[in-house]
Write a protein that binds this ligand. Structure first.
Ligand code: B12
Length: 339
């Protein structure tokens, strides 16, 4: 497997992990596990975003990394210094034309980067039910959080509202609080585990008996550990009349077989981190080349596609959607266009 996705960085003798360690050393930061992971994610994101020519993907990571750097090494290094030391490494290690191309890309990403910490969600979008759910989860009151959702369902709150306005909103807010250091990673893990439990509780309510004609197979990109987003997409589709199969990341042959067996109209692929984009592209080209699944529409989604929708073309997909609700609309449009 190639160590680098972008042709510009292919000439480096170091691999991403080694380059990340050097970048940390240059900044004089300790090589703690979390700082090393942040630095390595930065190098991999730079490479992945450069490979597909999408500075917005790098800009999104830089604003996240700036908050994390402040949490992990408060006052010890400014994010701009981290960028400058990485730029120095590129100049020192790459040929002049490659360094120029890489720096030019970095500058385009910097122009798009918001260095401010993410804002709290506004109260209209983060309503009383979402706030109540998050409060209970953060107090460690798992059963009360589950009961809150069950009561809301009994009182007539729709599955769509629970998925989109409560669980998805709570997950995003949990992420924001972790990013700025207001909660620990253990609290984030607990919240996500409770959300997964609530998703399982919703299962009996999902099936409306109106599915059948529209079938979809969903898969997480190779290397993706973020399962909740795609799960929400699949659950809402199922609830709104689709017959769905969600498979965890698997090799292209197994996915093609699954799509063929299910006679699926749509293959949905979720990527959560920029480093997974090349895997998505490889999977789509394997699907496109296989006559058993000719005509299947490919829908991609997840954070990289939300921040850089042009990636749809770069990976060879047919469409993207930014949320579960949006995914239902787009999937319905895709099958209408096919028939
Ligand atoms: C929970 C969580 C985790 C958990 C996931 C557990 C699990 N079983 O799913 C764990 C701990 C594993 C994790 C790991 C990491 N995470 Co994390 N994580 C989160 C968090 C807090 C919530 C994820 C979530 O549930 N989101 C809610 C869903 C609803 O949103 P979503 O995933 O974007 O999905 C929606 C859309 O994107 C879209 N969609 C998604 N897939 C698809 C597919 C299709 C086909 C379509 C149409 C649409 C679509 O619809 C979904 C529903 O609306 C997010 C915060 C956030 N804002 O999402 C960070 C977040 C995504 N993680 C992040 C990071 C950096 C990481 C790590 C690198 C951390 C680390 N150093 O280890 C690793 C990487 C793991 C990997 N290799 O994939 C960053 C990404 C930053 C960036 N800009 O690049 C975030 C944003 C950090 C943050 N601010 O909280 N994480």
């Amino acid at each position: 497997m190639d160590r680098w996705d972008s042709s510009c960085l292919a000439g480096l003798s170091a691999d991403p992990a080694a380059l990340a360690v050097e970048a940390l050393e240059l900044l004089g930061l300790p090589d703690s596990a979390e700082l090393s992971a942040l630095s390595e994610d930065g190098v991999k994101t730079f490479d992945a975003a450069l490979a597909v020519g999408q500075p917005a993907v790098l800009a999104d990571f830089l604003s996240y990394a700036a908050s994390r750097l402040e949490v992990l090494a408060p006052g010890q290094a400014h994010p701009q210094e981290a960028v400058a030391s990485f730029r120095g490494l590129l100049r020192e290690r790459l040929s002049a034309p490659d360094a120029r191309a890489a720096e030019d890309f970095l500058d385009r990403a910097l122009d798009l980067t918001l260095w401010a910490a993410p804002q709290e969600p506004d109260q209209d979008r983060f309503g009383p039910l979402a706030r109540g759910y998050l409060t209970l989860v953060l107090q460690g009151r798992r059963e009360d959080a589950r009961a809150l959702v069950q009561d809301a369902l009994r009182d007539g709150t729709s599955i769509r509202t629970i998925l989109v306005d409560v669980l998805e909103a709570a997950q995003r807010e949990i992420g924001r609080r972790w990013q700025v250091g207001e909660i620990t990673v253990a609290q984030e893990h607990y919240c996500t585990a409770v959300t997964q439990m609530v998703l399982a509780d919703l299962y009996p309510y999902l099936f409306t008996g109106t599915g059948g004609a529209r079938r979809l197979v969903a898969v997480d990109a190779p290397g993706s550990l973020h399962q909740v987003g795609l799960r929400m997409v699949v659950d809402l589709l199922e609830h709104e009349g689709w017959e769905t199969t969600h498979v965890r990341s698997a090799d292209a042959e197994a996915i093609v077989e699954q799509v063929a067996k299910a006679r699926a109209a749509v293959l949905a692929i979720s990527a959560s981190m920029p480093g997974q984009i090349s895997g998505v592209r490889a999977l789509i080209s394997a699907v496109r080349a296989d006559p058993r699944v000719r005509g299947v529409k490919v829908l991609v989604g997840g954070r990289p596609f939300t921040v850089a929708p042009d990636l749809v073309t770069a990976v060879g997909a047919d469409a993207t959607a930014t949320s579960a609700a949006d995914a239902v609309t787009v999937c319905n449009r895709l099958v209408r266009a096919r028939s």
